[in-house]
Design a protein around this ligand. Sequence first.
Ligand SMILES: [Zn+2]
Length: 296
Amino acid sequence: MLKPFSKRNKKIIDGVVKNKNIANGYLFSGVSGSFILGAAQYFSMSVNCLNFNEGPCGVCAVCLAFQKGVFADYVVVNPGEGQGKSDSITVDQIRNIQEIVKYGANTPGRMFVVINNSHKLTKQASNAFLKTLEEPAERVSFILLTRNLMDVMPTIKSRCQSMYYPCATKDEMIAYIKKHYKDNEFNEIVERAVGSKELLGRFLETSKIVGVNYISFKDLLNSSKIDRLIFVEKLAKDKNEAQMLLMIWIDELMQAYGDLDWQVINNIELLIENVVQMKYNVNLRLHLESLMLNLV
Ligand SMILES: [Zn+2]
């Protein structure tokens, strides 16, 4: 079952599928909690479903294969799956894709290649990928996903049909969790997410929840320096959790402010810088203490 993504976009996709007007390249962008990967899956499944009618039927051979994750013409590429330890999408990965799409779809339908975090294409990989977009194989489409539209190369953007996905609403996420988790799990998830849309979105994307250590960025800014330092003591116990909370704050800042003033930009930059530094061996507690005192 797919996670809740934009109803408006679902309608647009349904229209495209009905008219059989499928482009070669799509670019889906959205913040955390917009569930663009699910949207890409919905699109691919709808195009290939044998009885499509206001959505994929859910019972034909194609739909069943999709649900089991074994449909032959649906490929998801993630950064860091190439050789080496890079977290980029490398030119080798693009060459692999080119091999896969060379002969077109395996089934009578259409092959979809989804490139997750496509802002992480290296420059070399982007250039190699451009050629693939320019000379499409028969019955093959690409869906590029990104949470960072600004970092996707303009030449790639211009060759794709772009669709922006807003964050799902809290009610949609709660309804999804209610349907897919046992009662006791549901209660725990909702309780630990302390009513935050960001936390629920993050949970549905990663199956992890920041939990009792969560406070919103707004509440953090309103707290005293002493309270912040007390908070650091709890937060510094788990590096992954701390890192995730910083990412959530970045999202919160990006979403909450239409016009980014210098103070907001400054905070976002500080948070990003700290998330990056946390990848290395740092004294987490000292590190967080200095961050908390510098956020204004
Ligand atoms: Zn079907």
